[in-house]
Each structure stands twice: as C-alpha cells, then as structure tokens.
Design a protein around this ligand. Structure first.
Ligand code: HEM
Length: 508
C-alpha cells in the first residue's frame, strides 16, 4: 500500500516546473541573504540576477558602465553589480586589485570578451600569463620600440604624403579610419617586419577614409551571457560567414594574411629592422611553455595585438584631433611649443625622446587618451588565494572585483570640468594627482604591454601632422567624440559619422 507521504500533491506533468521554481527561489534567497556578498550595498535586482546587467549592456548596448557610476553616487565606493561581481571606485584600492606586486598575490582574469582567443590577453590564469608575457616583454620594451623608430617614422611620412595629396580637394577624411590605417601599419611592421597591413585592405584607396563608424551590437555582453553559443560561432571560419555576407570577406582575408605572414616570418632567419621579430622572440623564448610554440597560439597573439593596438591608439588621435581643431587657442599653443624643436615645420621629425620632453605636447596627448575613454569599463580580476577587505567588507577568494577607468577619468575632484580638453592639467600637476588617477593603460601584471608602442606613435604623429597641416572639421561636433557605449572599447553615439576633416593646406 502506498504511504500517504508519497501521495503526489503536484501532478507529475507540473513537477519539473515546480522543481524549477524551488530552484530559482532558493537561489534568489541565497544570493540576496546568504551569499558572502549579500552585505555589499547595491540594487537588489543586480544582486539577484545577471539579466539586470545584461539588460543595460546587451539589450541597451554597453550602458551598464554609466549605471555603475550612478550606483556609486547612490551607494558609495563599493557596490555589488551582479550576483558575483563587486565594483569599487577608489583610487587608493586600485593597486590592491590590479598591482599587488610579486607572485604571492596572483590576480586572475575571468572570461569577459565574446571571443576567447588563444592569446596572452585572454589567459585567465596568472601563472600561465606570467610566462606568456615574459616571452614578449623584450620586444615591447622601450629600448626595442626605440629601435623601431625609423620604421614608425617612415609610416608616418607615408601618411603625411597621403594627407598632402588631399590638400585643397573636397575629400572628406574620416579621421578614425585614417588613424586606424596608420596604427595598423605600425602593428604590421612591429609584428611582421617589412610587410604592410594596409595591403590587406586593398591599398590606400581614399574610399576607406570615408567609412562611417560602425554601430554594432555589444557582442561581449552577449558572449558573457551565452558563452557556449559564442564558442560554437567562433569555431566557424570567417570564409563561411563571407558566403552569406560580403562584409566578412575583409576579415577572412585578414585572418588568412595573418596566418601567411606568421609562416613567412617564422621561416625567415634574418631579424628585421634591427630588432628580433616578435614571433622569432616567441619561438626562441625560454619562458614560453613548449605547448604554446604552435601556429594557433602565434595566430591568436597576432590577432590580439592588432585588435588591442589599432583602434585604441587611433581613437586617442581622433579625440585630440577633434579638440585641437575645435579649440584654435590650444592648437596655437601646441604649435608654438613644437616650433622650439622643429623650427621649420617641414624639417624631419626630431627623435621621439625629444618630443616626449615637451610638456604641452604631453598634455595634449594625455588629454586625447583620457577623453577617448578607450578601455573605459570594468576589468574584472579575482584574487584566487586571498580574502581582500575593503572598508570592512570582506571579499572572499575568487570574488570578481573591478574598477572602471571612466569613473576615475571623469571624476571632477581630480579633473575639474572633466569633459573639457585641458592640456594644462598635466603641465600643472604639481601634486601628481592627475597622473595618479590616469588609468588608461591599467596597472600591474596585466596592464597594457603596448604602452611604449602607443606613445612611440602618438608623439611623432601629433608633432608631424599639427605642425604641417591646416585641417578643418567637416560637419563634426563634440557629440562625435562622446563616449556613449562601453563595448570593452568605447563607442560613439548611434548615428555619429565620426570625426571628419578636410585638408585645407599643407606646409611645403
Ligand atoms: C592608447 C592606446 C592604448 C590603450 C588606452 C590601451 C589600453 C589597454 C588596457 C586598459 C589594457 C588592460 C586590459 C585588461 O586588463 O583586460 C591593455 C592590455 C593590452 N594591450 Fe593595450 N592599449 C593601448 C595600445 C596598445 C598597443 C599599441 C598595443 C600593441 C600591440 C597594445 C596591446 C595590448 C596587449 C597585448 C594587452 C594585454 C596585456 C596582457 O594581458 O598582459 N595596446 N591595453
């Protein structure tokens, strides 16, 4: 006889639904009241479900960073922004998260981007990352980048003659596309020696300067929500997508060309342009684990260098181009300073080390980087082996913790009138507070390895272009440099055509 205890109170057909409801209710109760993060301030809905973050980042398109700023204004410097992620807005705690020093305090990354490349950038484990980074530390050093100077200058002179060719014409130049061509050529030179990435893009056809900025969905937010789907999609070769959409043809050609370049470089014995090529370095490195010395890893590394080093530097250049042209008095001051080292504007560029000593030029470049908000948002880290404590709040090992450079770079206590372009703030930074709060390249073991390369491009480009050319903004306003969407890198408002200029004249 069946025991009364087994009398089904729920019809069998509805049992799965009932179990599901019990599961999500207990999960919700746990997240809100029993999770080790439950005492951390923040909106209950964000603590309850990942869909809250996804609504702002995936559905509304990269808007959660702005929401997080509001949370801090309401709840204070520590906020729980999703069930397992704590955001802190405090410069004094930045290094505890990102640069604790030594190997005793490892900081792991979590998967954050849609694509999960086989690369140093996407290495989550601190110990493996250390080995991979050591393998390329030398070619990214200041000394190695200095050796690249003649090659960088050659690319800059090429771009200048292209601009010169447009002087006095009606051609409208999309500045971001123009600078991206230059920065991509530098990365091509850096990674592969003599080859030119622009060859992949069908030469230096004027049409490419006209491309409007793309307004794409925030793939990273979708990737975070549906990682398996993205893993599946990213395994499909670009050539398959290209069958359905011709726009993928460029990416397909790019992928193939990167592969061909790596094979070619690895076969060649001669180092290029005075430094050992980055792929020779990896191949010969004693730091790189033997399992990494394979084509796929080199290819992932190359793709990540191109992705990380192209649009970031180009968008700093684009931002400062806009602000210099919109503020003639700043441009005048810059030119006066440039004349001290380039008395005749058409003379050859002085060494980058000379340019780096110019305080106003430095202020212009720093403001360009700051206001481009290149990598504006959360850079999540975990401390796998230690509990971190912030203002009495305990963050157990493995808690996802982040800060966002946007919140620091727009902090009016450090940067009064934060959205104004003021090179002087860098010149008058007597107490170093401006420099201390500058986080564009992050800090610590995972900070930008390309920082020396970025400055080695920025200084001579700004000096060369703004000493020689009269440029005029074309149908461009402050809105076209506004940070409107955080898709790991910042995007401009929808409908923006980007910063566009016409070349009025060029010094002979
Ligand atoms: C203004 C220009 C640039 C900015 C603002 C910038 C910013 C950053 C930031 C914030 C990170 C840390 C990302 C994270 O924690 O997930 C990073 C990492 C990185 N950047 Fe840059 N970057 C710039 C230029 C470059 C250039 C020119 C390269 C050249 C290849 C480059 C290559 C990389 C790489 C490979 C990493 C990963 C480093 C690692 O995981 O150890 N970046 N960058």
């Amino acid at each position: 006889m069946e025991s009364p205890l087994f009398i089904p109170i729920i019809p069998a057909t509805q049992l799965p639904i009932a179990l599901f409801l019990i599961y999500i209710t207990s999960k919700a109760i746990y997240r809100l009241y029993f999770s080790p993060l439950s005492s951390i301030p923040g909106p209950k809905l964000a603590a309850l479900t990942y869909w809250y973050e996804f609504y702002y980042d995936g559905y509304k398109g990269g808007k959660y960073t702005f929401k997080v700023k509001e949370f801090h204004e309401k709840y204070g410097p520590i906020v729980r922004i999703n069930p397992h992620h704590v955001h802190i807005n405090d410069i004094d705690f930045y290094d505890t998260i990102y640069a604790p020093g030594g190997t005793k305090h490892p900081r792991n990354k979590i998967r954050w981007l849609a694509m999960d490349l086989d690369s140093m950038f996407d290495t989550y484990d601190a110990a493996l990352h250390r080995k991979r980074r050591a393998a390329v530390a030398s070619p990214f050093s200041k000394q190695a980048i200095r050796a690249l100077e003649p090659a960088i200058f050659e690319i800059i002179y090429d771009s200048i003659s292209r601009l010169k060719g447009l002087a006095g014409t009606d051609t409208i130049v999309n500045v971001q596309a123009f600078w991206s061509t230059l920065t991509q050529e530098v990365i091509g030179q850096y990674c592969f020696g003599a080859s030119r990435m622009s060859d992949l893009r069908g030469g230096n056809d004027e049409a490419q300067y006209m491309q409007p900025d793309h307004v794409a969905p925030n793939l990273h937010a979708w990737g975070r929500m549906f990682p398996s789907l993205f893993d599946f999609i990213t395994k499909i070769p670009m050539s398959v997508f290209a069958v359905f959409d011709k726009r993928f043809l460029g990416a397909d050609a790019f992928e193939k060309e990167i592969g061909a370049q790596i094979r070619k470089v690895l076969k060649a014995d001669e180092p290029h342009i005075g430094i050992k090529n980055v792929f020779h370095e990896m191949r010969d490195s004693k730091h790189l684990p033997p399992e990494d010395k394979r084509f796929n890893y080199y290819q992932g590394e190359a793709a990540s260098f191109v992705a990380a080093g192209t649009d970031t530097t180009a968008s700093a250049l684009t931002t400062l181009t806009y602000f210099l042209l919109a503020n003639p008095s700043i441009l005048r001051k810059l030119r006066e300073e440039l004349r001290t080292v380039m008395p005749n504007s058409v003379t050859e560029l002085p060494p980058t080390s000379t340019l780096e000593n110019l305080p106003y030029l430095t202020g212009v470049i720093q403001e360009g980087i700051r206001l481009s908000f290149s990598v504006p948002g959360r850079l999540p880290r975990t401390a796998p082996n230690e509990e971190l404590v912030y203002k009495g709040y305990k963050l157990p090992p493995g808690t996802v913790i982040s800060q966002s450079s946007y919140l620091h770079h727009a902090d009016e206590r450090v940067f009064p009138e934060p959205f104004e372009f003021k090179p002087e703030r860098w010149v008058n930074d007597a107490d170093f507070s401006v420099r201390r709060n500058f986080l564009a390249f992050s800090r610590g073991a995972r900070s930008c390895i390309g920082i020396n390369l970025a400055y080695a491009e920025l200084y001579p480009v700004v000096a060369a272009v703004f000493s020689r050319f009269e440029l005029k903004l074309y149908e461009t306003s402050a809105r076209d440099v506004e940070f409107a969407s955080d898709r790991f890198i910042s995007h401009r408002p929808e409908g923006s055509q980007g910063v566009r200029v016409q070349v009025v004249s060029a010094a002979e």
